[in-house]
Write a protein that binds this ligand. Structure first.
Ligand code: NAD
Ligand code: UDP
Length: 317
């Protein structure tokens, strides 16, 4: 297959490029480098089966591809709230452009959706059938509602234009190649702990998330892209099911580092979801997928990555 990965220089996108190439596919990574970095794909430049295109997904593009993975969108709250109008444009116009391309070249397209479509959920754990509890006018809405419209567009292009679509609802995923300044909790805590700073705990640390290691997520995403069975167009939750409070995450990082970092308590951001855990029965039944990496193991790999990146940055000073 020839695959287009939008957001291909980002955290998840760059790992996806690696995986697709390892499976023998050709890959075009497209990215505007807003939160992504050429460093994430520098090892791929120069390969004959890989191309990088610097392009903003809000603008149309013509390419001949068989698969499209639409990951272009800032994912960390600080980045998607930096220019919220652009975030909405990226999800809405970007997904429209990618669906238009998929329609024209008859490509299969996967949209990277998110657990944020469930908002601050009233159903726990969250099943795909749950419609969510999203504030349409809050500071997180540009991301949450943008992704909800992206899902709507996927379903409408399927019904109206017979486009072959897949929707993956990704739950908090972490791992190597998150940016040092990404702003999400796993990378923030790890970078702060490695630099001997206090961990910035928003709220009292009792809010929960489930942290999925990047390798597990990619297994699930690729299995869904290849899935040909009934209901292939329906959204599928991919995430870990082990629910952790943020205090628990901080303690776990301390355990892996063999020293407990100090904590600085800061206000909880507006509309920050209280609890989140995926129901992954659909992924298990249809794809035979479940996560395999424990939080301790995944944090170990991620800490190793950040240790290397930070020491290279220090050496360059
Ligand atoms: P990331 O910020 O590292 O990657 C996003 C990439 O998209 C970056 O390389 C960025 O430069 C690029 N991008 C942003 N706007 C663009 C535009 N207008 N045109 C072209 N490229 C653009 O974040 P990530 O964690 O790798 O997220 C990838 C995708 O997965 C996003 O769509 C995100 O919403 C989704 N997702 C991620 C998670 C997670 O926990 N990692 C959870 C839910 C959903
Ligand atoms: N969080 C935190 N400190 C940080 C960054 C985030 O306590 O430095 C909290 C945040 O308020 C949220 C949780 O960690 O409750 C997960 O935040 P993240 O931005 O990683 O993901 P999301 O909220 O989008 O699930």
């Amino acid at each position: 297959m020839r695959a287009l990965v939008t957001g291909g220089a980002g955290f998840l996108g760059s790992h996806l490029c690696d995986r697709l190439l390892a499976e023998g596919h050709e890959v075009i990574a497209m990215d505007n480098l807003f939160t992504g970095s050429k460093k994430n794909i520098v090892h791929l430049l120069g390969r004959s089966d890989f191309e990088f295109v610097r392009h903003d997904v809000v603008n149309p593009i013509m390419l001949e591809v068989d698969w499209i993975f639409n990951l272009a969108c800032p994912a960390s709250p600080i980045h998607y709230q930096y220019n919220p109008v652009k975030t909405v444009k990226t999800s809405v116009m970007g997904t429209l452009n990618m669906l238009g391309l998929a329609k024209r070249v008859r490509a299969r397209i996967m949209q990277a959706s998110t657990s944020e479509v469930y908002g601050d959920p009233e159903m726990h754990p969250q099943r795909e059938a749950y419609w969510g509890n999203v504030n349409p006018i809050g500071p997180r809405s540009c991301y949450d509602e943008g992704k909800r419209v992206a899902e709507t567009l996927m379903m409408d292009y399927r019904r109206q234009n017979k486009v072959d679509t897949r929707i993956v609802r990704i739950f908090n995923t972490y791992g190597p190649r998150m940016a040092v300044g990404d702003g999400r909790v796993a990378s923030n805590f790890i970078v702060q702990a490695l630099q001997g700073q206090k961990l910035t705990m928003y709220g009292d640390g009792s809010q929960t998330r489930c942290f999925c290691y990047v390798d597990d997520l990619l297994e699930g995403m690729l299995a869904l892209m290849k899935y040909e069975g009934d209901g292939a167009e329906e959204p599928v939750n991919i995430g870990n099911t082990e629910e952790r409070s943020m205090s628990d995450l901080a303690a776990c990082i301390g355990k892996v580092l063999s020293r407990q970092p100090e904590i600085e308590y800061l206000p909880l951001p507006v509309n920050d979801p209280v609890r989140r855990r995926p129901d992954i029965s659909r992924a298990k039944e249809r794809l035979g997928w479940e996560p395999r990496t424990s939080l301790e193991e995944g944090l170990g790999h991620t800490i190793g990555y950040f240790r290397k990146v930070l020491s290279e940055e220090n050496a360059a000073l």
